[in-house]
Design a protein around this ligand. Structure first.
Ligand code: ATR
Length: 273
């Protein structure tokens, strides 16, 4: 039976094993899938040991996505644009890196949530790995202007430079949010909900048709989702659907067949409600 795993630190609460095993059952594909906790300094060794034991593919989560990019023998264009890898496939004794996060987000928003992203005036809050992973896909999905803000402004500038679309991508100072007006789409890509305080967000960002999206799910998404609902967002969407969709993309890459995602999503959503 082929072996897969998710690497992260911490990783014990990862939903990926449950999702991939459910996909396998659905399509009649037998697979093993475990969660492997690897602190950054031991990641390389852990991945080598996994390969030696017959590991065929791996998902990579926080804080290892940039390291996974660095140790991939080849990378897809979308992984290079993100500078991060969330999916590794073992081929000819080497790791090949891809990034399915952005595609997963767009698929969740346009498919499950039936949103038309084209022409949307968008604000992306955060400029770390998560923001880098999704920004290119949002641009490709046809959003209009993309405003970038981050607690550390230099990182928003660097992300804007890397995206290379100065006519559409505008880094701004997080202290100037009040002057930016209303957005159709507000995406929280900070890790603030995982422990820190949500940055101060003025209610002027949201109008009656605004959609607010948090890339995290569960407890980490609660502060931003609560902010969005309290200030009248039309929709508040957490990252659970993105998680399931990026997993489906990875699954398709490894197994050549794309699973249906609705059932797994509904099951996890009910559990987290
Ligand atoms: P991830 O892979 O989750 O994006 P990361 O690369 O460490 O993790 O990036 C975390 C992001 O959340 C960054 O944009 C970070 O802002 P800085 O670049 O200024 O560090 C942002 N972030 C984390 N905690 C925050 C907080 N309490 N308020 C505002 N932004 C925060």
């Amino acid at each position: 039976m082929s072996k897969f795993a998710v690497f992260g630190h911490p990783v014990a609460h990862s939903l990926s094993p449950r999702i991939h095993l459910a996909f396998g059952r659905q399509l009649g594909i037998g697979l093993q899938y475990e969660a492997i906790d690897a602190p950054p300094e031991l990641f390389f060794e852990a991945l080598e040991a996994f390969a030696a034991a017959g590991g065929a593919g791996a998902n990579i989560t926080l804080p290892l996505k940039e390291s996974a990019f660095g140790l991939s023998a080849t990378t897809t264009e979308r992984a290079r644009r993100a500078g991060a890898v969330n999916t590794l496939a073992r081929l000819d004794g080497q790791w090949h890196g891809d990034n399915t996060d952005g595609a997963g987000l767009v698929r969740d928003l346009t498919g499950r949530h039936q949103l038309d992203l084209r022409g949307r005036r968008t604000l992306l809050i955060g400029a770390g790995g998560a923001a880098r992973g999704v920004a290119p896909s949002l641009l490709d999905a046809g959003i209009a202007d993309l405003f970038l803000v981050n607690r550390t402004p230099q990182r928003a500038d660097a992300l804007a430079d890397a995206l290379g679309e100065p006519a559409r991508v505008h880094p701004r100072h997080i202290g100037d949010l009040r002057e930016l007006g209303e957005f159709d789409l507000v995406v929280n890509a900070t890790s603030a909900g995982r422990g820190g305080e949500l940055p101060q967000l003025p209610r002027s960002l949201l109008g009656m048709r605004s959609v607010a999206v948090d890339l995290s799910y569960g407890e980490a998404a609660i502060p931003f989702m609560a902010w969005a609902r309290a200030h009248g967002a039309y929709r508040a969407i957490d990252g659970l659907g993105m998680l399931v969709e990026q997993a489906a993309e990875s699954f398709a890459l490894w197994h050549g067949e794309r699973p249906q995602t609705d059932e797994v999503y509904a099951e996890l959503d009910a559990r987290h409600a």
